[in-house]
Unconditional design. Structure first.
Lengths: 300, 406, 381
């Protein structure tokens, strides 16, 4: 920010007790008043805490089990029962959160970075650069997301990094379009024109005015994308393209492995499934809440 | 009995940011065929009053929280929705500022007009269409029959507003409410539309409520005016009375803060200091007190109701003999009204009661903001010097901008 | 000081001289191969000049090209043809650094105080931006300068850290004014600076602009659609119609003796807040709408809607010949073949409403009497 605090000025006036409210703190306040968003925030906190504290919470190691205990229904000892190898399902779901969190966050961050870069170049420079980049993005968008991800994993071989990259690539065109769109609409904004009329360079316009003001839709989209990313990762796992080590407690892979025992042990489907749904709902609720609280139309 | 009678109307909006006190007890009446102006700035409650009358407040935030709206003897605030819908469009018609949002962009003008007519009158499609052509011709649309098949976007702004007027008058309503009908239009087009509106309502005997921020527009269009501020009517009078003897400090301020085309050379503008009221605060005291140059101590605490200027008991609320009423504890004199500022020796506006200091959003910040600082700047300032005119460019010889008569 | 020979030959160059300026926007068609099918002739050959410290009002209705003119002068648009000479330098031939230097001396105030301030910057940051861009002063000094600027426009300097959404419309416009003042420009292009503000706030901004001009010797190009406002603030007024200037005159003269039929119609269309005056006036109702600037009428651009042409029995010359600006009296130029016929016509007299001269008429005693009887009128409130 251009005005780095004038502390002297502030203390000069006792009447000025209330500090200035920034846009972000305003938005945060609105977010805290948004019921569904709070529920989302709670679910996400639950998810993140579970992932972070997995070794502490989980009653059993996720990889070890005894075949003697296989396919037990939920009991006081095994809250979610055990799987076909006798491993504690509850512990595996908990450790699965780690995989999902890392895969989701890394892939979305990767997607936002690459997509944002493409969008910024296209929207910031325009002209031929824009035309070429956007055609590439169009091509990427024309391939169904999961198909694109399968293709990439098939091409790069299985592995968690590959999965994350694949899911990132699914989101790249979406982020690129969002950022480019808001940059283009901001190009004609009065305050950008005002800065241009003063003699600001193109780089300054982009860095100072256009990018900061186009971040909100990107943030909202990224939050919502976390939900789909987690589902996509699970989906790849379900299709047998999960992590190469078949023992890894990944929610999608756990679902696939359990299908054979659907009749005998339905809980093996239910619990990982519920975990995926709850996490996705959490991010969706938060994303919608963010959209509402950041939307400039809500304020004058 | 009056055609429209609004009694102590209270409208509030419940929002995330708090309660908006949009209309705070508005009472007025309208006779058949009468033309009334509702004048005020954005946020003064004039449009909300209109929306409340026709029961089109945005839901669920906006609610009528008190009062009645009697139209032809029926209380519109308690009528079932279906009956209100029946009255809207046939007995009460509306025109809004932006005709583009009130016309459906995917339907032709023919479809929209025929639909409106057939919704309220039992006529055949052919009859309705014939009427539509008549109406378009009446509002001055050339080649009306051909243009029926056009879509709204094929008309210019002024023409669209004409179409809106045609639709509004299609069912010969008793009351037409026009909310800033010409604000989006250019001034020459505004002249066309106002001309049309005046002629048609006079011919058909339609009562008109004209909502606008522009005192010039109401001066030539209406017979009576309500001036609104912060959800209150602060002054009401016949148009002639109001302009001849403006009495409320806000009305006087408005008159002095717009330059007049026929102003005497160098006539200075006297702005209303401060900023528009924060409608999130429940009103206490006179709503205009924070910006008023005439305020007394009582103004901070007590909201004066509308009172007859002459002090008489019986009040005429409508027509040419309507009583001139104003809501002010300290009405300016005629000389002060003309000058635009208090002239009494030694008079200063009463300071706010202690402890009421707050910053930006508040009432008293205004004084701090503008009164204090601007006064300080003005004091330090030297008188305006003549412009250093570059030679060869004709500059009017105007050494000082002062008020020296003509 | 200035040379006093106010004749035809300028000794000191004008602050701004616009010569035959044209700004055309191409209309393109076609999906893949774009074809150039025509031009929106937003500004189509206008010339005028401005002196230092002068206020020139540029009026016209939407689409007449007045805003485009302002933006072309400050080079937000590149002119299609013509020259903009600022203080003796032709800006159309400047390179990037020359342009940047020139922009220090020319600033702009925008119409919409909500859209023209970056919502993510503080008031102080917004006002400081021109200083940052041009590297004026040390960082520390800039803060002081910002506070000074905010005080100059009547804002509490302690509000420098607040964000635009915390201010009202009028206060935001003051921030915009402070930003325009930051580099101490010679010329400010004010593009409808008050039309988005509440009526009661408009006068605050007008008075502020006037005060600043008196103090800082600024020249204003005041662009607006409202002739009564323009008349109030301007020394001279140029009236635009469909990309052309149709009349230029001193502010007073334009309002009392307009010579172009369009100016007369424009004046007559403006409502005056006085029912007595209104009842006496007769409006000239122009027929139809403004033609498209992509395909302007031949000859005089106003001839399709002109009341005078109709009166004169549709003379051929109006649609055949483009009337240039003629100087009918010193400093009063008009682009009309029959401007002489306007002078003294009933329309011209009616247009301004003619408030009765010094108590001549009986009707309006209290309408808005001037307060010359009270000597205490001047500026100390």
């Amino acid at each position: 920010m251009a005005a780095p605090a004038i502390p002297a000025g502030r203390s000069a006036r006792p009447a000025e007790a209330r500090a200035s409210r920034g846009l972000w703190s305003d938005a945060f306040r609105r977010l805290l008043r948004n019921g569904p968003a709070l529920v989302g925030l709670f679910l996400i906190a639950l998810f993140v805490l579970t992932a972070a504290l997995a070794p502490v919470i989980a009653p059993y190691p996720p990889l070890a089990g005894s075949l003697a205990d296989r396919l037990q229904p939920p009991t006081a000892e095994h809250w979610m029962g055990t799987d076909m190898q006798g491993r504690d399902e509850f512990s595996r779901v908990i450790f699965g959160a780690q995989v999902s969190l890392v895969a989701g966050v890394v892939s979305v961050v990767m997607g936002v970075t690459i997509g944002g870069l493409i969008g910024a170049l296209a929207g910031g420079i325009g002209g031929k650069v824009d035309a070429v980049l956007m055609r590439v993005v169009d091509v990427m968008l024309s391939i169904p997301g999961i198909l694109l991800a399968i293709g990439i994993v098939a091409w790069l071989d299985r592995g968690l990094p590959q999965i994350m990259f694949a899911v990132a690539m699914v989101n790249v065109p979406i982020f690129a379009r969002i950022l480019r769109g808001s940059l283009l609409s901001l190009r004609e904004a009065d305050y950008v024109t005002a800065s241009r009329s003063v003699g600001a360079s193109r780089g300054r316009l982009l860095a100072r005015h256009m990018l900061p003001n186009s971040l909100t839709p990107l943030i909202v989209a990224a939050t919502l994308a976390l939900a789909t990313a987690i589902i996509d990762v699970a989906g790849l796992g379900f299709l047998g393209l999960g992590p190469p080590d078949p023992r890894t407690p990944e929610w999608g892979t756990m679902l696939t492995d359990s299908t054979k025992f659907l009749r005998q042990a339905p809980w093996l489907i239910i619990f990982p499934g519920v975990a995926i749904v709850i996490t996705a709902i959490g991010f969706n609720l938060l994303g919608d809440g963010l959209r509402e609280s950041l939307d400039p139309r809500m304020k004058r | 009995m009056a055609l429209l009678s609004v009694e102590d109307l209270v409208v509030r909006f419940r929002t995330h940011e708090g309660t908006i006190h949009a209309v705070n007890g508005v009472t007025f009446e309208l006779e058949e065929g009468e033309r009334l102006g509702l004048v005020g700035e954005s946020g003064c409650g004039k449009s909300v009053t209109n929306l409340a009358i026709i029961r089109l407040l945005p839901k669920p935030a906006g609610r009528i929280e008190g009062g009645r709206v009697l139209f032809d003897g029926q209380d519109l605030t308690v009528l079932p929705e279906a009956e209100v819908r029946d009255i809207r469009g046939s007995d009460i018609a509306m025109i809004f500022q932006d005709p583009m949002t009130s016309l459906n962009p995917v339907l032709t003008i023919r479809e929209q007009m025929v639909e409106t007519i057939q919704a309220h009158r039992k006529v055949t499609k052919a009859e309705a269409e014939k009427r539509a052509v008549e109406l378009l011709a009446m509002v001055g649309i050339p080649k009306a029959a051909d243009r029926l098949k056009d879509y709204p976007h094929q008309f210019s702004g002024g023409m669209r507003q004409r179409v809106m007027i045609a639709i509004a008058l299609a069912l010969e309503p008793k009351l037409l409410i026009a909310d800033e009908p010409t604000t989006a239009l250019d001034v020459t087009i505004q002249a066309q539309v106002l001309d049309l509106l005046r002629n048609l309502t006079t011919e058909q005997g339609t009562a008109l409520v004209l909502i606008t921020h522009d005192l010039g527009v109401v001066a030539g269009m209406t017979q009576r005016i309500n001036v609104m501020y912060a959800g209150f009517i602060v002054e009401t009078a016949t148009t002639a009375d109001l302009f001849a003897h403006p009495s409320h400090p806000y009305t006087i301020g408005l008159l002095h803060s717009v330059p007049r085309l026929d102003a005497v050379e160098g006539e200075e503008l006297i702005p209303i200091e401060g900023r528009p009221p924060d409608m999130r605060r429940a009103p206490t005291g006179c709503p205009f007190a924070p910006r008023c140059a005439w305020r007394l101590e009582a103004c901070w605490a007590d909201n004066p109701g509308l009172r007859a200027l002459s002090g008489e008991e019986t009040v005429v609320t409508t027509g040419e003999r309507a009583t001139h009423r104003s809501a002010c504890h300290n009405p300016p004199t005629a000389e002060e009204a003309a000058a635009g500022r208090p002239l009494r020796a030694g008079f200063t506006a009463a300071p706010p009661p202690s402890g009421a200091i707050d910053e930006l959003g508040g009432t008293t910040a205004n004084i701090d903001d503008f009164g204090g600082l601007v006064a300080a700047i003005e004091a330090e300032e030297s008188p305006i010097e003549p412009f250093p005119s570059a030679a060869g460019l004709p500059l009017p010889p105007e050494p000082e901008r002062r008020n020296d008569g003509i | 000081m200035t040379a006093s020979d106010s004749g035809a030959a300028p000794v000191v160059p004008a602050l701004l001289e616009v010569r035959d300026l044209k700004v055309h926007f191409p209309i393109r068609e076609g999906l893949i191969f774009e074809r150039h099918v025509g031009d929106i002739r937003a500004v189509d050959g206008i010339s005028f000049s401005m002196a230092r410290g002068e206020t020139l009002g540029l009026v016209g209705e939407s689409g007449c090209g007045k805003s485009t003119t302002g933006r072309a002068i400050i080079r937000l648009y590149d002119p299609t043809a013509g020259n903009v000479v600022f203080d003796g330098v032709d800006t159309t031939s400047l390179d990037r650094s020359g342009l940047k230097a020139m922009r220090r001396r020319m600033q702009m105030i925008f119409q919409d105080p909500y859209a023209s301030l970056d919502p993510r910057m503080t008031a102080g940051g917004i006002v400081a931006e021109p200083l940052d861009i041009h590297g004026v002063g040390a960082k520390r000094d800039r803060q002081d300068r910002v506070r000074e600027l905010l005080a100059t426009v009547g804002l509490n300097p302690d509000y420098a850290e607040r964000y635009p959404h915390e201010f009202s419309g009028g206060q935001r416009q003051r921030i915009g004014v402070a930003r325009a003042l930051a580099l101490e420009p010679d010329l400010i292009i004010a593009d409808e600076p008050i039309s988005a503000l509440d009526v009661s706030i408009q006068a605050q901004i007008i008075n502020l602009l006037e005060r600043l001009q008196g103090r800082l010797g600024l020249a204003y190009l005041f662009i607006a659609h409202d002739l009564s406002v323009v008349r109030h603030i301007s020394d001279r007024i140029a009236v635009m119609y469909l990309g052309r200037i149709v009349e230029v005159a001193g502010s007073k003269e334009l309002n009392t003796a307009p010579l172009h039929p369009y100016t007369v119609a424009l004046l007559s269309a403006i409502p005056i807040p006085d029912p007595v005056v209104e009842s006496r006036r007769r409006r000239i109702i122009l027929k139809g709408d403004v033609p498209s600037p992509a395909n302007p009428p031949t000859g005089c651009r106003f001839h399709t809607r002109c009341w005078l042409r109709e009166r004169l029995g549709d003379p051929e010359v109006c649609s055949a010949e483009d009337p240039g600006l003629r100087e009918l009296s010193p400093g009063h130029t008009v682009a009309c073949h029959f401007a002489e016929q306007v002078d003294g016509s009933a329309e011209q007299v009616q247009a301004v409403g003619a408030r009765p001269a010094a108590g001549a008429a009986p009707a309006a005693p209290a309408s808005r009497p001037e307060p010359p009887t009270h000597p205490q009128v001047p500026a100390s409130a």
